[in-house]
Design a protein around this ligand. Structure first.
Ligand SMILES: Cc1ncc(COP(=O)(O)O)c(C=O)c1O
Length: 305
């Protein structure tokens, strides 16, 4: 089901229009269906305790409506994913345009009642317990599906700087990286922390727009970040790339890079870098043959090719 604050109708029938209740009513008329669960994936972001409670209010209110209207007691309540990573900011269309125009990105500020994995689980458990205790109805088992929150901070993306250009009239310089939206799709509208891997001591600082290397006008991975003055060959780290960068990566323009784990200073290749042979390996055409072979001439009358 989709709660009223969901901006997309992609995940389930809406609660506020009555469509969700109608869907359950129809499902209950089919004896071959065992209607036991409600799943609600916000398809947005739950960053604060307040946002989580607003979401849970809508979902638990729907469980009450199912009971009141259809006498249905749900056994499993699945509240999907959407727990935010505290060091990633979603820009939204207006802030995206502002950041691109000014070279100043959305601020990354501490959120006073920010959720952590622990507080998220605690809040959900308490809220569901508190809801069902006075009702004397069966409390459903609660399933959670946090993806980003569990994996974002476990990965970072490394890229080198092959080109640096002078600052423009606004004082924002340009750096082209060898990592672009082809391997960092999430950065299209998310602000991630970006650091130089090796800072020079006492170096001057400069504001940069960071572009990727693909032949795509929109390959902007950061509209504005202040870094120590960059030089060709410098290496930058894009933080919190877990969850969505690797699965969304494509081989558009460049083969995909390797995925490496580092533990106790020991690096292990988890996925080797892609090669040209990998890129063509699924193609049905025989081999990368650049020169067409001439068919053998069988008689003096064979037409010339
Ligand atoms: C149904 C469902 N559950 C959970 C998730 C994980 O979401 P998140 O990474 O926002 O926690 C997704 C992500 O697309 C999803 O589609």
């Amino acid at each position: 089901v989709a709660v009223p604050q969901a901006t997309s109708g992609q995940f389930g029938e809406r609660i506020d229009t009555g469509a969700a209740l109608r869907a359950f009513s129809v499902a209950l008329q089919h004896p071959e269906l065992d209607v036991v669960a409600v799943q609600a994936h916000l398809n947005g972001e739950l960053k604060t305790v307040g946002e989580l409670h607003e979401f849970l209010d809508a979902v638990l209110g729907f469980l009450d409506a199912l009971y009141a209207s259809l006498a249905l007691e749900i056994e499993i309540l699945d509240i999907g994913g959407n727990l935010a990573c505290p060091t990633v900011v979603q820009r939204g269309p207006v802030f995206q345009r502002l950041a691109v125009a000014t070279g100043i990105d959305v601020p990354l500020e501490p959120v006073p009642d920010a959720l952590t994995l622990d507080s998220y689980v605690r809040e959900v458990t308490h809220r569901v317990d508190a809801h069902f205790a006075p009702l004397h109805r069966r409390r459903p088992r609660v399933l959670l599906e946090p993806g980003r929150a569990m994996t974002a901070t476990t990965q970072l993306l490394l890229g080198r700087v092959p080109q640096v250009r002078e600052p423009d009239a606004q004082g924002v310089a340009t750096a082209v990286l060898d990592l672009g939206l082809n391997v960092a799709e999430a950065l299209r509208n998310e602000r991630h922390q970006i650091y130089a891997v090796r800072e020079r001591q006492g170096g001057s600082r400069q504001r940069y727009r960071l572009y990727g290397p693909t032949c795509n006008l929109g390959d902007l991975i950061c509209p504005g970040v202040e870094l120590e003055t960059l030089a060709v060959g410098d290496c930058l780290a894009v933080m919190d790339s877990g969850a969505y960068c690797v699965p969304y990566s494509t081989c558009f323009s460049f083969p995909r890079p390797a995925v490496v784990s580092v533990r106790d200073s020991v690096a292990t290749v988890l996925r080797r870098g892609e090669t040209f042979e990998d890129l063509v390996s699924l193609d049905a055409m025989p081999g990368p043959r650049l020169v067409r072979e001439r068919p053998k001439e069988t008689s003096a009358n064979s037409p010339a090719l």
